[in-house]
Ligand binder design. Sequence first.
Ligand SMILES: [Zn+2]
Length: 635
Amino acid sequence: MTFVATFVPTFVASGFSRTFRTFMRAVVVAALIALLPRSFHAASPITYRITIPEPQHHWMQVEAMFTDLPSQPLELRMSVSSPGRYSLHDFAKNVYDVQVVTPEGGALDVTRPDPSGWTVPRHGPTLVVRYKVFGDRVDGTYLAIDTGHLHMNMPAAFMWARGMDDRPITLTLTQPAGVARPWSAATQLHAGASPLQFTAPNLQYFIDSPVEFGPVAMRQFALSGRMFRFAAHQTGSDGDFDRLMQDVQKIVREEGAVYGEYPAYEPGYYTFLADYLPYADDDGMEHRNSTVMTSSSTIRGDRTRLLDTVAHEFFHCWNVERIRPHDLEPFDLDRPNMSGELWLAEGFTQYYGPLVLHRAGIVNTDYTRQILTGLVDLVVTSPARSIRSAVEMSRMAEFTDAGRPLDRTNWNNTVISYYPFGAAIALALDLSLRERSDNKVTLDDFMRAMWREHGKPGGTREGYVDRPYTIADAEARLAEVSDPAFARGFFGAYIQGRQTADYRRLLERAGFLLRKRDAGRAWWGDVRMDARTDGGRVTEVPMSSPAWNAGLDRDDVVTQIDRERISSEEEANAAILRHKPGDKVSFTYVDRNGASKQATMTLVENPHLEIVDAPNLTTAQRAFRESWLGSRAPR
Ligand SMILES: [Zn+2]
């Protein structure tokens, strides 16, 4: 790009020369221009300016200017999706008072092709759009404006123009009305001409660059030639923040050791943006060179969980931001983005978060054992595993990722989130690779292979990934670090198929015993009930459990089990526990239409699992565990 950009003015100056040589040069240059991406013709930046006249009322004024416009209708859009979120969000719902005017202020006609679009059929080369946008949710997806700060996830705030993805963007913030001390801004956007001005090379990068504008405290540190910044907006003390930073550094160091290097962060640094505020929602959202982490907890009150979010989100600066699923590249702001790879993009990240906390010495073996128990128990015992593979679960993200259906679903029986599902697959793969290579090849090697082939090559345009991966690519990378038969078998069984790995055998290598949590105890299903005076009203029955097989379902009111009156979940479970697996037990219930019914079920042994420490670890088990859970970072 640099070469062409400097060449063109020469052409403009000499293009009218009649000599053959100059003519030929003009032909060559014209051909080069024709081959250029649209960005070259459309180099005029789009500018956005934000003012916050009434922060207490949660709205801001946005003014956008588009110049050098071609004559065709201009399609202005609000996003319906947000990078890293997979459900439909309809950000246009909070936009109002939209005015489209000429630079002189004359109103232009606007049509509404759909709820997220404003189309300007006739306009001159320059056009100004002004609108108000409301936002009152502090998390990784939405917009929050109040007297404390402006917290922006860009798709929730900015109207963009279709077909102008490659234009550079300039954003100017202004101090809000009525604040005592000036606010400062933290973001992965590039620094502009003044402290409150920022730039992005194109729309993909801009929309992926959240901004925290408020009383931000900043810390920074350098590791392996990279700079890391942590911007916190929180209610605790500076001491709390400084102590948290020591653990953040350990996490960044351990995760760097997984990949062997850090990405080249385009602005020159990676930025953590944390909002630990009483009115924040709990969330974490990854971006290319930053992350937004929000919580209603304080650093002092919930340190480990906040650090788990740090570990998860930072891992994404490789896995998902650069090692990127093919289906998410580039991200389409006009529709939900479906990916069958989220078991790897999110699930493997979910596995590494707690693992890195352990490697960094932040949590102990009890903590890790409980996390692993949760993963293995869920995936082994959930009836949903027989319904959908890990790939198919990933494709449910549009519905399950912050989507709130009004109607009832049966997801309790048909969906396992790709987070724990993928994390359990990562656990199985890590232990399997270690088992077959005597710890010489591990999941870290697979992640490095993915990084080398798909992440590190980067993109010719900033904010893009040129070599995103497909599921076949991931299998090929696994074959490289193991062998093709193993890779095919693993993907066929656990990723495209619906089998579970032999966790009992795999965990035993590390001195962990997987066993029944309630061995020998009777179970009728994890039946959930609302307590009511006339019995327990059922809210959930696991598919294929004894209660399900006997015909029980939602809204049935259980009145008796084994002729004992029942009015709560606790009483029901106590009645069941007086029996043994294999016992036939009768119960009565009233269905939603008021009919009294009696049924008999055959109890089974409680299938839930737990992981416990082996009583005495062998030398081999100790070595395996140390290789797996011990620090990998260079001392
Ligand atoms: Zn994630």
